[in-house]
Design a protein around this ligand. Structure first.
Ligand code: HEM
Length: 416
C-alpha cells in the first residue's frame, strides 16, 4: 500500500515505462513530483525510487539495506552471475570483498593501464593501413586480452574475439529482454564453463599462475568457514573481475566522442598534466552507463515521511544523482573544469556507486577504470592523429546500456 504523503506512480506495473524512459525513468518522475522519492511497481513488486546525495548516503547504510534477493534473476543470469558478490551481505560480503580489494588496488590499476598502453601502441601500424577502425570493437578486444593476461587466464590470440564478444554480450544483456537477454545468458553459461575448467586445472596443478594473479588468488580464496570457493562460484567471481574491465570500452567510446565534440579542450589536455584526470571524471559523470542500483529494506524505518517496510525493493538513481542540479552546476553541460577544485564526497559522484568500496557494495574497480581511461586518452591525444568520418554518433537514452550507435569510427590514422 502506498504511503499517503509520498508521490506514487499509479500504473499497476511500471516496468514497461522503465524500458520506455530508460536512463531518465527516475529523474523524469522526480522532476514531475518535485520530490526525492516516489513509490512505484517494478518487476512485479512494490518499489521505492530515491535520489539525491542524502538518498545515496541512506542507501549505502548496511544497517538499513541488504542486497540478497534485490537483483532480478534475469540480471544475475547474464551480467553478474547468480548469488555472486553483488547479492551478498554482512561479514560474508566484507570477507569476499577483501579479495576484490586486494586485486583492484595498487599496483593493479597502473599495471593494467600499462598493458593497455602497450596494446594501443602495438595497434598503430594496423590502424594506419586500415580503411577504418571501430573504437568500441577495438576496445573490447584490447581490454579482454589485457584483462585475461593480467588475471593469469590463458587466452589464445585466435580466441580473443570470441570471448571479448561473450563478455560484451553479458554486459549488453543488462536491461534487455528477448534476443539480447538470450545472447547474454548463453554467453555466460559458456564462459562460466571455460573459466571453471581453468580453475580446476590450476587447483589440480595442471596449470600455473603467479601467486599475486587474480586466477591464483580467486582459486585459493577461502570463505569464512575455511573452505575454498566452489569451482562455479570461483569462476563467477573471476569473471566479475574480467567482464567489467571489458566494459570500460563503453567509457573509452564515450571519451572519444567527448574529445570530438569538445575538441577545444585538446589544448588544455596537451598543456596541463592535471587535465586528463578532470576529463576522465567528467566523462564518467556526464555519459550514461549504470542507470541505477537496487537493494531491499533490511529493517523498517521512515525517511522523508515515507515508511520503508522490510523487504521493499529500493532503487537508487545513479544517473540522476550524477545530473542533480543541486550538486552539479549546469549538469547537462560537459565541463571537465568542474572537477578542478572538486571536494571529494562519496555520495555525490556515483558512477561506480557510493560509500566505501571496502565496507559496502561500491565498485572496487574505480581506480582501474580511471587509469585505463587516462592511458587511452593520452594515446588518443598524444600518439595518433585521425579523422572522424560522417557516422551516427547519437546514443539512445532508452537503451540500457547505451553507447554511440556507430561505435566511434576513425579513419586516416597516422602516428604522431
Ligand atoms: C566500466 C566501468 C565500471 C563501471 C561504470 C562500474 C560500475 C559499478 C557499479 C555501479 C557497481 C554497483 C555498486 C553498488 O551495487 O552499489 C559496481 C560493482 C562492482 N564492480 Fe564495477 N564498474 C566498472 C568497472 C569495474 C572494474 C574495472 C571492476 C574490477 C576489475 C569492477 C568490479 C566490480 C565488482 C566486483 C562489483 C561488485 C561489488 C560488490 O557488490 O561489493 N567494476 N560497479
Amino acid at each position: 500500500m502506498p504511503n499517503n504523503n509520498t508521490p506514487h506512480e499509479k500504473d499497476l506495473d511500471e516496468t514497461l515505462a522503465l524500458s520506455h524512459d530508460g536512463y531518465l525513468y527516475i529523474k523524469n518522475r522526480m522532476d514531475k513530483h518535485k520530490s526525492d522519492l516516489f513509490q512505484t511497481h517494478l518487476f512485479g513488486q512494490e518499489a521505492i525510487c530515491i535520489t539525491g546525495k542524502e538518498a545515496a548516503e541512506l542507501f549505502y547504510d548496511t544497517e538499513k539495506f541488504a542486497r540478497s534477493g534485490a537483483a532480478p534473476k534475469r540480471v544475475q543470469k547474464t551480467l553478474t552471475g547468480e548469488n555472486a558478490i553483488q547479492g551478498m551481505d554482512g561479514e560474508a560480503h566484507i570477507h569476499r570483498k577483501s579479495l576484490f580489494m586486494a586485486l583492484t588496488t595498487d599496483p593493479n590499476p597502473r599495471t593494467l593501464a600499462d598493458l593497455v598502453t602497450k596494446e594501443w601502441e602495438a595497434a598503430i601500424p594496423r590502424w594506419e593501413t586500415a580503411e577504418k577502425i571501430n573504437l568500441f570493437d577495438e576496445g573490447k578486444l584490447v581490454l579482454c586480452k589485457v584483462a585475461c593476461q593480467w588475471a593469469g587466464v590463458p587466452l589464445l590470440e585466435a580466441e580473443t574475439k570470441e570471448y571479448a564478444d561473450d563478455f560484451a554480450e553479458m554486459i549488453d544483456a543488462f536491461g534487455a529482454v528477448g534476443l539480447r537477454h538470450w545472447k547474454g545468458k548463453t554467453a555466460r553459461t559458456k564462459t562460466e564453463k571455460w573459466i571453471e575448467n581453468i580453475i580446476d586445472n590450476l587447483r589440480a596443478g595442471r596449470l600455473k599462475a603467479p601467486e599475486d594473479s587474480a586466477l591464483f588468488m580467486v582459486a585459493n580464496h577461502k570463505e569464512l568457514n575455511g573452505n575454498l570457493l566452489e569451482t562455479n562460484m570461483a569462476a563467477k567471481e573471476l569473471m566479475n573481475l574480467i567482464r567489467p574491465i571489458v566494459a570500460i570500452s563503453t567509457y573509452i567510446t564515450f571519451m572519444a566522442l567527448a574529445l570530438y565534440e569538445h575538441s577545444d579542450y585538446k589544448d588544455v589536455l596537451l598543456n596541463d598534466s592535471d587535465a586528463a584526470h578532470l576529463f576522465v571524471q567528467e566523462v564518467r559523470r556526464f555519459y550514461p552507463f549504470t542507470p541505477f542500483v537496487g537493494a531491499k529494506v533490511k529493517k523498517e524505518f521512515t525517511w522523508n515521511g515515507c515508511e520503508f517496510k522490510t523487504g521493499t525493493l529500493v532503487i537508487l538513481d545513479v544517473y540522476g544523482i550524477n545530473h542533480d542540479s543541486r550538486i552539479w552546476e549546469k549538469p547537462f553541460e560537459f565541463q571537465p573544469e568542474r572537477f578542478r577544485n572538486w571536494q571529494y564526497n562519496p555520495f555525490e559522484f556515483i558512477p561506480h556507486g557510493g560509500g566505501d568500496p571496502a565496507n559496502g557494495h561500491r565498485c572496487p574497480g574505480e581506480s582501474i577504470t580511471v587509469e585505463i581511461m587516462k592511458a587511452t586518452l593520452q594515446f588518443l591525444v598524444n600518439r595518433i592523429q585521425y579523422k572522424v568520418p560522417d557516422q551516427d554518433l547519437s546514443y539512445d537514452m532508452t537503451r540500457i546500456p547505451t553507447y554511440p550507435k556507430s561505435g566511434f569510427v576513425l579513419t586516416n590514422v597516422i602516428s604522431k
